[in-house]
Design a protein around this ligand. Sequence first.
Ligand SMILES: [Zn+2]
Length: 435
Amino acid sequence: MSLSREVSAKKNRFLTRPDTPAWLVQAGDLPNRLFITPAEKELIDLLRKHGELTKNELVNFTEHSRTKVTSSTDSLLKKKFIIENPSTEYSGGRRSRTYSLNSGLVYVAGVEIGATSIHLAVADFSRKIIAQHHEPALVREGPLKILGRVCELLEGLMQHHELNTSHLRGIGIGIPGPVDFSNGTVVSPPIMPGWDRYPIIETVQQWFPVASVVVDNDVNVMAIGEVSQGAGREINNLIFVKIGTGIGAGIICNGVIYRGSNGCAGDIGHINVDKNGPLCHCGNKGCLEAMAGGAAIAERAKAAALDGKSAILLSYYERNGGVLSAEDVGNAAREGDVVSNQIIRESGQMIGDVLASLVNFYNPDMIVIGGGVSRLGDLLLSSIRQTVLGRSLPLATRDLQIIFSQIGQDAGILGAVNLAIDYIFTVETGAAVDV
Ligand SMILES: [Zn+2]
């Protein structure tokens, strides 16, 4: 057998998730991986979802025999991936011993790189956040500076909490641009000069060589956070809509993220709303984000202030030294400003119109609204909700929930932590298959 055939045979003994990028199954990467069998992976996923389960519950949740579940739990206990909790007394009798994840097994990091900030967290294996840090940073300053800062902060955070960096086995990173998930690079990002196809994974792995690094679009990461630890925990089909300076959506289909063929599914910010609308940074006119995003809200408020239509907005404008933000518009609306109220309502209607089409097309159980502009509050949400309910098919909206993110500003870091954990295991399928 030639060397290359040996390598491919070796690779075929291992399966990660079906959507695992090629770089994660390279032979050279294998020594750093945590190996489990398919049945063990199933049990790990159940414990991730439910926290603590008895052996009977594990048997009921899977299609495996009790013997198979026993051998798998024994193996996981031996590898220290899970722990056994003692049986407990309760009024109805005695609850059997339960199993849960060994929270101290490994550490993972969740990193959310925004247009103007870095937010990062270190979590244990049970996804409990141990430490986090947030600071302003301009993504347009380039990958070298931003990724260097991310690694420096991560190392500092771990050292400060006396955590061994060699136990950091997974790093999930959310990026505010289109990500080709198959190789973890950003492709032609509009607001990120210098990042186009930059080797993010290799750069971060130079600092943390034993960690699996996974990169995804920021909105996908937030959607993963919401279904893993937020409002969508029991939801199969969900759309997470991030309304910030831009607008984007993350799609959860049958419980997992749907990225599309090239990783850019859900880029709803560039759906056309008005052919004669303002120019978008993508080069087209009247895109949803150019009409209803945070920058558009601020721009319309500025025009109203300078036209003398709102004394409150003008006072904010003057107080800020000639600028207005979407947040100012929200505050002005809360103070009773009619113009601000109108701008937010119209923005909600435009977003609602696009979401109504998505609801008719995709029939989700839940739409979750997150991102900075969602802090504009109930006025925005009620306007979105009213438009979606008014314009979608009754059957599609019968059980549809439209809510704000339950994990708010932590959706990004929690999603990145969960994304990282998804890829720290390599599932060993057994006998090598020659090809
Ligand atoms: Zn556009």
